[in-house]
Ligand binder design. Sequence first.
Ligand code: GDP
Length: 354
Amino acid sequence: MLRANSIVVDAIPDFLSSDAAQRIKDLRKSKIDVQQLQTDLRSGDRAALSRCITLIESSLPEHKLEAAQLLNTLEPKQNTLRLGITGVPGVGKSTFIEAFGLYAISKGYKVAVLAVDPSSQLTRGSILGDKTRMEELVKSESAFIRPSASGTTLGGVAASTREIIALCEAAGYNFIIIETVGVGQSETTVADLTDFFLLLHLAGAGDELQGIKRGIMEMADLIVINKADGANVKPAKRAQAQLKSALSLFPPKTNFYESKVLTASALEHSGISDVFDEITTYFEQAKENGHFEGHRKKQVLKAFQSMIEQALLFDFTNNPNVKAKWETVVVDLETGKITPRTAVQQLLELYRNA
Ligand code: GDP
C-alpha cells in the first residue's frame, strides 16, 4: 500500500494555464495520495504530470521515497518516440520544435518537449526555459513543455530527465522531444536518452564542416539545415550537398539506416513534413528489425551503470571515515609521500571498515 503524503510544490511552472496553476495551488494546501497522483497521471492530467515531476526533482528524503514508489509503478513504454535535437543558440531550435511539434500533433501524436540545458546548472536561469518560446505549441492541449531539468551535475540531470520521460509517457505523450544547446557534453547525454538524434545547422559561407564538431556529426542520425528560405535557399542546398558527402565518410551507425541531410525553414514551416516522414520511417524500420528495442535496452543498462557509479561515489565521499582522512591523503599525495594507488587503498580500507 502506498502512503498518503503531502507533496510540496515549490514553483508553479509558467507554461501551465491559469486553471491548472490554480489547481496546483489548491492541491498544495491539502494532503495528497500518491496513488491518486498516479491515477491522475495516467489519465493524462497535465497538472498531475507537473506535480509528479516536481516530486521526483525534490531533494527532500521523504519525497525521494515517494518518487521511487511512483516511478516503480510505471511500465516501460515501447510505442513512444524519443527525439533528441541539438544546435547552437540562434539556429532556430525553438522555432523548429514548435513547427515540428504542431505538425506531429496534426498527425495524431501527443508531444512533450523537455530540455537539457547545461548552463542552467550554473546560473539557475535557463536559456531553454524562456516562457515566450513556442507560444503556439504551449497553447495546444496535446503538448507539454517543460523547461530544463534541475540538477547540479549533468549525470544528475540525465537521471532526472530519464524519469521525466517515463512520467510523460505514462501520461500519454508519445512523441518526446529532448532539446539541448550544442555545447559540451550535453549532446552525448541527450543521445543516450533518445532513439534518434537530429542536428540543426545553418548554411555557412563556404566550408560547411567548420563549426560542427566531428563528434556531433558522428552522433547525428539526421542533419537539418534550417532557415532554407529567401536568399538562403541556394546556400542551404550547397551546404546539404557538402555535408552529405562529409557524412558518407563516416561508417553507418546501423546496418539499415544511413544518416541524412535535409533542408527546412522552421519559420515558413517548409520541409517540416519531410523531416517528420524521415524520422517516422526510421522508427518503423527500427521497430520492425529489433534495433529500437535493443537500443533502448542498452540505454537502460548504461543509465543503471552510471547511476550505480554516482551512488557509490556519493556514498564513498560522504563516508565519515573517508571524510576524516581525506585532507591528510591529499597532502600526502601532493608532497609525494604516497602514490595515487596507495591513497585509494588507504581510503577504500577505511570505507570498507566503516
Ligand atoms: P534557438 O536559439 O536555437 O532556439 O533559435 P530560435 O528558434 O529562438 O530562433 C532564432 C532566430 O532565428 C529567431 O529570430 C527566429 O525567428 C529565427 N528563425 C528560426 N527559424 C528560422 C527559419 O527557418 N528561417 C528564418 N529566416 N529565420 C528563422
